[in-house]
Design a protein around this ligand. Structure first.
Ligand code: DX5
Ligand code: ZN
Length: 239
């Protein structure tokens, strides 16, 4: 089983002290998650390429995981590449006819490419891009705001992605984003999540590093996609 990765989301930090918040993790994170919101695709505005550039400068070795919640990713891709993103994820719901070309462009620029789905979007709609996705992000809250509660039904889509990966031999990681905390992180892991985005739960408390360490403890031994691979019935591709 691949090691579980933790991706603290800087959206959960005090915007006036993001650097200090990341520093408080003591480097004990795998990816840094950066939410980009345009005020159209979602009713909120957050960070742009400048934030990624500043994070890259301060953390030269960090894996910067950029989550685009925007209508028009095409006009922004090259700016985020230049800013130093390691991975860019685009939403399947934003101009789906362009999804394949967007993922190809991201990979062509030498980055990892992710595809994200909002809670109402089904895994079936990703079928034609799963082979070129490095990461599939199942959003477990309505995109747009940190601090919301996890929508339990989205865990079923993570299970679908585990089965599909086993049956078809895809290589993507499965990421879940939104509402993950110590109370539910073991459940999320058991569903097959590989990459855990955590914002307000980590940065909203007094000890972000301790919180993240405890989240890692609770995930140990919860997820076993390899076992699922052996058990996956060949005819079950989607649920
Ligand atoms: C929501 C964002 C999430 C958010 C997660 O649109 O995509 O990444 O930062 O924050 P929490 O963990 O607070 O739900
Ligand atoms: Zn996000």
């Amino acid at each position: 089983m691949a090691r579980a990765l933790f991706a603290p989301s800087v959206l959960g930090a005090d915007p006036l002290s993001i650097g200090a918040a990341v520093d408080s993790l003591g480097g004990n994170f795998d990816w840094l998650h950066v939410d980009v919101m345009d005020g159209h695709f979602v009713p909120n505005i957050s960070f742009g390429p400048g934030m990624v550039k500043a994070l890259r400068k301060r953390y030269p070795e960090a894996f910067l995981d950029v989550h685009l919640m925007v209508d028009d990713a095409d006009v922004l891709l090259s700016d985020f590449v230049e800013a130093g993103a390691s991975q860019i994820s685009v939403h399947a719901e934003a101009e789906p006819q362009l999804l394949h070309s967007r993922l190809s462009r991201i990979r062509g620029a030498g980055l990892r490419a992710g595809v994200a789905i909002a809670p109402p979007t089904l895994v079936e709609q990703l079928r034609f891009v799963l082979a070129i996705a490095d990461t599939v992000m199942v959003m477990s809250v309505t995109p747009g705001f940190g601090g919301q509660g996890l929508i339990e039904e989205t865990l079923e889509k993570t299970r679908d992605l585990v089965r599909l990966r086993a049956v078809e031999g895809y290589g993507y990681r499965i990421q879940m984003d939104g509402g993950i905390n110590l109370e539910n992180v073991a459940r999320v892991a058991a569903a097959g999540c590989d990459v855990f985005v955590m914002g307000s739960a980590v940065f909203g408390g007094p000890d972000p590093a301790g919180y993240l360490a405890e989240a890692r403890n609770r995930v140990q031994g919860c997820s076993d996609p390899i076992k699922l691979k052996k058990e996956a019935p060949v005819d079950v591709r989607f649920r």
